[in-house]
Design a protein around this ligand. Sequence first.
Ligand code: ARG
Ligand code: ZN
Length: 896
Amino acid sequence: MSSASQPQPILLANYTVPSYLVLKTDLTFDLHDDQTRVTALLTLQRNPQAVTDVDSLVLHGSELELESIALDDRVLTAAEYQVDGESLTLTGLPSQLTLRIVTRIKPHLNTSLEGLYQSRGLYCTQCEAEGFRKITYYPDRPDVMSEFTTRITADRQRYPVLLSNGNLVEQGELDGGRHFAVWHDPFKKPAYLFALVAGDLSFIENHFVTRSGRDVTLRIYVEAKDLDKCDHAMDSLKNSMHWDEEVYGREYDLDIFMIVAVDDFNMGAMENKGLNIFNTSCVLAKPETTTDVGFQRVEAVVAHEYFHNWSGNRVTCRDWFQLSLKEGFTVYRDAEFSADMGSRTVKRIEDVALLRTLQFAEDGGPMAHAVRPASYIEISNFYTLTIYEKGAELVRMLATLLGPEKFREGSDLYFDRHDGQAVTTDDFVQAMADVSGRDLGQFKRWYSQAGTPRIEVSDHYDEDALEYSLTFRQSCPPTPENTNKQPFHIPVKTGLLGTAGDLPLRLKDHPVDTETSDNTSIVLELTEAEQTFVFQQVHEKPVPSVLRGFSAPVKLHYSWQREDLITLMSRDSDGFNRWEASQQLALRVLHDLMQEASLATVSAATEEAIAALIDALQSVVQDETLDPAMVAYMLTLPTEAYISELATVIDVDAIHQARQYLQGRIAHALKSAFVSIYQRYDHQQAYRADARGIADRSLKNTALHYLSLLDDESWIETCYEQYRAASNMTDAMAALTRLVNTDNPLAATLAENALDNFYQRWQQEPLVVNQWFSVQAGCNLPDTLAQVKKLQKHPAFDSRNPNKIRALIGVFCNNNAVNFHRLDEQQQGQGYRFLADEIIRLNKQNPQIAARLLTPLTKWRKYDETRQQLMKAELQRILQEELSRDVYEVVSKSLA
Ligand code: ARG
Ligand code: ZN
């Protein structure tokens, strides 16, 4: 690619207000097999806020065939406007005008799944962030908000259902077997929230009466074969509507709320006003086909999209640099909702594990960016863990700093002040500052500085003065756009453990907070590079419990004694920190093991560490006060991905071997405990996707996992038995995963039987077939790459469907490190080559998916020299191609 044609970055600093406002947008879609004709009638008015008296207007447009454009009913000649591949510019415009623009598009050829496209014969849209410009010429930017009316015409037989945003105002028959529907959305919205659906769909219907008495019709549209999998999504929707009224005082505002499930979708789901379009994987669930994780994902995504109606739609983003304004806040809201529906501590552990593994890796890599980035080349690349998950952590920290009442006041003020507006993350923080009277100026650095802060903690106990002091030093490593970081404002929730449990806290020079009845936890606020806090009247040397509930997205370092970790594990009042101590303890042992020359005989010191860990885990198993889900998580060793994130140089094989070895040792040592967990589980009990049911299955399947590692074929048979007898997908998959990953001839035979049986049974269910692809792609045994390549040719694989790509290729490259990074002679670098080939293919077909799939190659700097060279060579090979903006941005930044 020549440098002149290289895509250029867009800068936050260059933001200007739109020159024209679009008061009304009237769209007509004539859907025909060979093309769709789109007529857009726009009523425009010069923006009184525009800085200069501009009379020009830039409309975005891409891959459009322009039929005509008329200004105030006069058709323009080609000389009266300029068109290039991305825009149409008009100049010399009056202050009030109408434009009538007719374009033709080809949804059946649209493989990017942006704009209007087809999925299994259904017409659907995905407009966020900049897909609307693939439908018609339009000021496709979130700060242009308009009132939309949409008329759709299509063949009545094949497309009986015609949907768009808002309320249905008219429908009827047309000549030639066609029909039409007109939808009107009374709420002004940016084009990215536009949606259209046309197809042969069935629905389930329910109702919700809002607290002010509005009766809302709730519909979930799916293919007829999927009607039996909608109940969980419907329950989740009703729970979300109720929760948002209770917790945020937010009511729904239209007469109907619709969800449509589509099989080909780039992301999870989309919050289009009144017409949410979902990936089938985030709507459909029933016990026989869906795992517990799947059920939880449906609940979370339904809630997330529903909550966007306020945090995103009623109040939207001024520009795409503000994406986390809606995403971070909405993820925080859905996480709190899930916490209230299930177990708060367990939900927190799951979210933190994701954040620390994947977001921290992103924040430490070449694509690191601030929660409010300052520049981007392709905005689709910024739907990241940083924008979503770290963004949610920022909102959580604000809630921690303000306390629940002030935080709610702040959110009320934010919604009230900005209803109907497109605003910035600064506006959000300002509302929080205004209600609390707090200065949040320094806090805002969290939005502008990328990177994961590191906190070093040291302590000192003065037994004469009965004073205990904690010293915190914060720093933040450089990231691509920012090398010199200013200190962050960090809330560190802290407690002190004595022999009898939590100690009462008396912080020197700090008035006792009378509002909080419990004085065993305090939020210490770090604002300087180094700070010391002194606790008084401390009668014994305590064990510090810092960063309770993971109160800030940081890497905390403190040299706990092994005994301290065991104390925290067994006695901390903070459930999160109990789990965290178990992980720290296990990590130490894993690191010791990785230092060993051979795992055949390990040093006495390492043996002692193993014994201490096993002892501690034994107590966990016996602790009857613990939630079984907590026991399962405490028994589970840190993942290879998390160990890799913590490593300076990732030794793929050593990590895998150490972890396998330690699992084997735990299995042997705690065998009888695992047997009794497995046996006392009631295998006949009815499936319930609630916290208790999920927790019980999770513990039982953790036990089975360990048992399957024993050199005892009866447990392999038990796995097969569980697979065959399972009445739910969670148990079936847990057992199948063990069979597939066990290196033993019996297991291999049983795995093959089970995989065949599985496919025969579920071949009509795409989402289940995806799980079948994933379990095989994730197999740690050698030869998996060959198997993956074979599966790509399987009739059930569809190289255009994002869910299939993620299930097979994504899982192999992201969740199967030993195979993706193989260095042995025959397979050296083959994983990298395989991925690069896929990216080159997808670059043209679906740039968003291509760019996302690149992630594992972008991490090349964390590997040994040999792997680095091989990975880099593949990135360079990709760079030789004619690249989409999406792929170009990721490849060029990761090589920079
Ligand atoms: N706003 C959607 C959500 O978070 C995601 C849309 C993603 N779209 C995209 N092109 N990356 O629910
Ligand atoms: Zn979202």
